[in-house]
Design a protein around this ligand. Structure first.
Ligand code: LMR
Length: 396
């Protein structure tokens, strides 16, 4: 049965990890995958996470099955991060949240559920978008198209193009939006532009699906929820995928959630019942550990404050690496102006490096980046930043 199986290409992002791991050069640098490393080049175990884990292990809890939709305390904590504690949507019974296997898992159960509701709908993703968006919605059976987003000339958002496109789509079309820290470009919409996007979605009867993988990496928990809260205030129904891979440094635990905003309590009951069928037939119910840790941190005032401080520390270090890289490139007399890197938000910089330059970085310097020119600033540190700046200066 495998005779006709063709070799699939490597994943554009995780495939880089495979190549990086196989590289024997000691000075190699992985700027490919979106992972935060500390200044020692290590993935941190956050102190708030460690404290919650130690307390959990001390209690030696049993490992029974979770409810299909996951831990109730976790799902409530997710809603509070998105909408603020005591929010009107929860009060009105308009929120359905299910724990999911990372942000990807949340997108996937959302996509599978949507496919049952609107099998003919087209999914629109930003141009460019996270590579897995297209693959994931296509594998759920949808036709996937791009809406205009990034303007390479201004290194910002082509908002007029984006809005005109939204206003041209058929009602019921699914629009995937990056709630903050756009991946890969780092170019976000302003608050006023988000208000216009909400209105466009309302006017055309579109189905917004907000991907929230980096809450806290731009400005802070509440500031980064501007888009989510603008949609929440609109009365529309929409979807949100959340990920705690980055913000809790829990990548391999696969901690995420899907939240669906319905029009009311009775509808929520029906939606949850169907979403549970999607989950049950995919993986039955989510694993316990990661969600329990996030719930423990978020429901304890002391641990939550500690976590927010650690998150701010990650955010500030990434900013320092942005400034550092720009200064170091300038100091190396690179003619090209890289000052835009400082203003981009989140983990990534869309550098404008060409695929050929990215290849050269890999082949000649052991520096891995996504072929689109996306680099992960959170993998730079005071030990490797000069080496990376030297290499970029040489390849450009
Ligand atoms: C990324 O964009 O590098 C991250 O979101 C990791 C992933 O799953 O692709």
């Amino acid at each position: 049965i495998f005779a006709a199986v063709e070799m699939a290409p490597r994943d554009p992002i995780l495939g880089l990890n495979e190549a990086y791991n196989a590289d024997t050069r000691s000075n190699k640098v992985n700027l490919g995958v979106g992972v935060y490393y500390n200044d020692n080049g290590k993935i941190p175990l956050l102190a708030a996470v460690k404290a919650a884990e130690e307390a959990r292990l001390k209690n030696a809890p049993p490992r029974g099955y979770q409810p299909i939709e996951g831990l109730g305390a976790y799902n409530t904590a997710v809603q509070n991060l998105l909408f603020g504690a005591g929010n009107a949507l929860a009060e009105a019974g308009r929120l359905v949240t299910a724990e999911a296997l990372g942000g990807t898992g949340a997108l996937k159960i959302g996509a599978d559920f949507l496919k049952r509701l609107s099998p003919e709908a087209t999914v629109y993703i930003s141009d460019p978008s996270w590579e897995n968006h297209r693959a994931l919605f296509e594998s759920a059976g949808f036709k996937v198209e791009n809406y205009p987003y990034y303007d390479a000339a201004t290194r910002g958002v082509n908002f007029a193009g984006m809005k005109a496109a939204l206003l041209s789509y058929a009602p019921g079309s699914i629009i995937v939006l990056h709630a903050c820290c756009h991946n890969p470009t780092g170019a976000d919409l302003s608050d006023a532009q988000w208000a216009e996007v909400v209105e466009a979605c309302r006017e055309r009867g579109l189905v917004p699906f907000l991907d929230m993988a980096y809450q806290g990496f731009a400005e802070g928990i509440d500031a980064d929820a501007v888009a989510v809260r603008a949609f929440a205030a609109s009365g529309l129904q929409f979807f949100i995928s959340s990920s705690f891979s980055k913000s809790f440094s829990l990548y391999g635990e696969r901690v995420g959630a899907l939240t669906i905003i319905t029009s009311g309590k009775e509808e929520s009951g029906r939606v949850l019942s169907q979403l549970k069928r999607v989950i049950r037939t995919n993986y039955s119910n989510p694993p316990i550990h990661g969600g329990a840790i996030v719930a423990a941190v978020l429901s304890d005032a002391g641990l939550r404050a500690q976590w927010e401080e650690e998150l701010a520390g990650m955010r500030d270090r990434i900013r320092a690496m942005r400034t550092g890289l720009v200064e170091k490139l300038k100091a190396r007399n690179v003619a090209q102006d890289f000052s835009f890197v400082v203003g981009q938000r989140g983990m990534f910089s869309y550098t404008g490096l060409t695929a050929a330059q990215v290849d050269k970085l890999k082949d000649e310097y052991g520096i891995y980046a996504v072929s689109t020119g996306r680099i992960c600033l959170a993998a730079l540190n005071n030990q490797n930043i000069d080496y990376v700046a030297d290499a970029i200066a040489k390849v450009v």
